[in-house]
Design a protein around this ligand. Structure first.
Ligand code: ASP
Length: 313
């Protein structure tokens, strides 16, 4: 695998390979010295144009546990604020010769674009509303550890699907693993035509009890330029996953950060059914597996060098 840009590029075998490798890396986290030399001498650049808690810290930790050198670059406080373009930033930071660039931006398609400007392996850590592939992989890994195979499992993704890159990546990944996916939320927050991805659509939670897994999404205020629901209180009255709606047999997931009292009630966040912390833990080992895959995999050695202008030589 050269890059990880989208779940669309992965088949079931590749998802299973990454999750199996992640499982083998979990043992490293239990050691006193939490490090293996797999990526010694490699440089990983974390380039974040959007805020992040879980994704950024876990990519950093993942690279360090594999003994890579890590450069963290946040757009705020950098020359991006002086107007430097994404392309110029990539070409400038290319002087540090990163072997991999982990990139998060508010722009859909940016990870793919960047992969044309640098010989480094690109890992998409979230590109606008488009995709968040490592989130989907860590969610598959969490569910496999909890439930075993996902074949035939019913997974409901509830909430602000419209603004969510997690929803898109997870619909694709869960289906590739054999699960049946339903998305549910207010009509204004469900993209028209999403059924084309193969999922069912519901506008209420009446049939939620049929789900084996309830995956709640955050209301993405930062991507909303108008009122998509009458008020958060009214949204919560109809769509909040709470103690009355969550069934005892269901696993509860959320990608974080949680808006307590909006998409989830506090009681369910703290219930034993919630695997939200396990998802964060899985984030480190899955990102170790992804970095290993793109840097120690087959093509990593013969990447095409590029010229100063960014075109392949
Ligand atoms: N952390 C996830 C993301 O970056 C989900 C969220 O922010 O709601 O997309």
């Amino acid at each position: 695998m050269d890059h990880l840009l989208s779940i669309e590029d992965l088949d079931r075998a590749a998802i299973e390979r990454i999750c199996d490798r992640a499982a083998s890396f979990s043992e490293v986290a239990d050691r006193e010295i939490k490090k293996v030399p797999a990526l010694r001498g490699r440089t990983v650049l974390n380039l974040f144009y959007e805020s992040s808690t879980r994704t950024r810290s876990s990519f950093e930790l993942a690279a360090k546990r594999l003994s890579a050198d890590v450069v963290n670059f946040a757009a705020s406080g950098s020359s991006v604020e002086k107007g430097e373009s994404l392309k110029d930033t990539i070409l400038t930071l290319g002087a540090h010769k990163p072997d991999a660039i982990v990139i998060r931006t508010p722009w859909a398609g940016s990870a793919e674009l960047v992969s044309r400007w640098t010989p480094a392996a690109i890992v998409n850590a979230g590109d606008g509303k488009h995709e968040h592939p490592t989130q989907a992989l860590l969610d598959v890994h969490t569910l496999r550890s909890r439930l075993g195979a996902l074949d035939g499992k019913r997974i409901w993704i509830v909430g602000d699907v419209l603004h969510s890159r997690v929803a898109r990546s997870n619909i694709l990944a869960f289906q590739k693993m054999g699960a049946h996916v339903t998305v549910a939320g207010p009509p204004t927050l469900i993209p028209r035509g999403i059924e084309a991805l193969g999922c069912d659509v519901r506008f209420d939670l009446r049939d939620l009890p049929e789900a084996d897994v309830v995956y709640a999404l955050r209301m993405q205020h930062e991507r909303m330029d108008q009122a998509w629901v009458p008020s958060l209180r009214e949204y919560a009255a109809v769509y909040q996953v709470n103690g009355k709606r969550l069934q005892p047999h269901q696993v509860l997931m959320h990608p974080g950060p949680v808006n307590r009292g909006v998409e989830l009630s506090g009681e369910v966040v703290d219930s034993p059914q919630a695997v939200i912390t396990a998802q964060v833990e899985a984030g480190v080992v899955v990102r170790m597996a992804v970095l290993y895959e793109v840097l120690a995999g087959n093509r990593a050695k013969d990447r095409t060098p590029i010229t100063a202008a960014g075109a392949p030589a």
